[in-house]
Design a protein around this ligand. Sequence first.
Ligand SMILES: Cc1cc2nc3c(=O)[nH]c(=O)nc-3n(C[C@H](O)[C@H](O)[C@H](O)COP(=O)(O)OP(=O)(O)OC[C@H]3O[C@@H](n4cnc5c(N)ncnc54)[C@H](O)[C@@H]3O)c2cc1C
Length: 380
Amino acid sequence: MSLLTQEHELARKTAREFAEKYVDPIVRKMDRENYYPRETIRDAGELGILTPTVPAEYGGGGGDLRTAVVVLEELGRISGGFSLLVEALGILFADAVNKHASKRQKEEILPKIASGEKIGAFALSEPCCGSDAAAIQTAAVRRGGEWVINGHKMWITNGHYADYYLVAARTGPREARHKAITVFLLKRSNCVETSQIEVMGVRGTGTAEVKFNNCAASDDDIVGEVNGGWKVIVDTLNVGRTAISGVAVGIARGAFEEALKWARNRELFDRKLIEFQNTQFELAEMYASIETARTLAYYAAYLYDINSPGFLIMSHVAKLQTARIAVDVTRRAVQIEGGFGYSKESKAEMFYRDAKILEIGEGTNEVMKYVIYKLIEKGQ
Ligand SMILES: Cc1cc2nc3c(=O)[nH]c(=O)nc-3n(C[C@H](O)[C@H](O)[C@H](O)COP(=O)(O)OP(=O)(O)OC[C@H]3O[C@@H](n4cnc5c(N)ncnc54)[C@H](O)[C@@H]3O)c2cc1C
């Protein structure tokens, strides 16, 4: 049985051609200048690549989670940053809106996001709390028939350029933790203040601090139920953790291809580097790891697509392992390139820095292990 169908392979072809034609020319600018590729995002929107799982009626790609994984893999092979920003936009924001928002919200927002005309961001983490997201402090309080939101979000991908935010806010006492959190869909206005953060890798993704200063929201801006935000957050992250596994596979493949090219050309001791068996073994190890990562990512997505209860644990296994593999493969790629691999001229160097976020963002490796063990305890 193949985990992928012809449709997935078609999506791969489209994403690969797009990445090579439109993303490759700007990848170094993104990395060196922290340049946010606003126009290229619009180009991706035209092809349905930005929101692979959003239904076609809203202008999305109309695919399943495997489609998203394959698209993100192909984008990640060229640019970890571009792939990550598409994952945050297309899955953490748009897929979540599609699954949890009202028809009115979807009709108003999704076509603009899918086309790349507008940008959306998923704003959960705060300076106080990333892993311990149930402790967030951003608060929404009722005042004169509306909600007033105040708080400080941190590390928000696309956050500096976003037109819409899915904002997790406390709507009850701190002690109630996850039972008193509500998600709002906020349009950017003067009450939102953002500042870009200089990050180590996945540069050019508009990672930002986002402050909400007395932002007004109505009941219609709520996504899901009042105090029911935790379900929206957890559902979204469960899907995101499989999707970001596709980013990891792509980054690892990109670095592998760079290292292979280098080893075939580099001459030392009157031989090509590739002729040394150690180099061949390294490349074989990297290849085997990438295929392992890929199988895990596709399998987790497949379980989601067939609505299997096994998805939950596998999504966390895939996130944990693909992140580790991406860090390991990119480190080996730098090693194969020697001094060049340590220079800013090397793409392997960029992929190595890009890969590290995979062990932190959307839940750290430790959080993955925490969830996996909880699920083992539950007998899943
Ligand atoms: C580039 C980038 C993009 C991001 N994009 C987004 C985004 O779009 N939206 C968003 O909401 N957030 C985003 N994040 C935030 C990200 O999800 C958090 O950084 C991450 O969840 C970790 O939270 P923290 O930074 O607060 O670290 P902490 O939670 O403070 O963790 C610090 C360390 O403690 C470890 N730890 C945590 N719990 C335990 C435990 N129980 N036992 C042992 N060790 C533990 C962690 O694994 C970690 O090693 C992004 C972050 C970065 C860097």
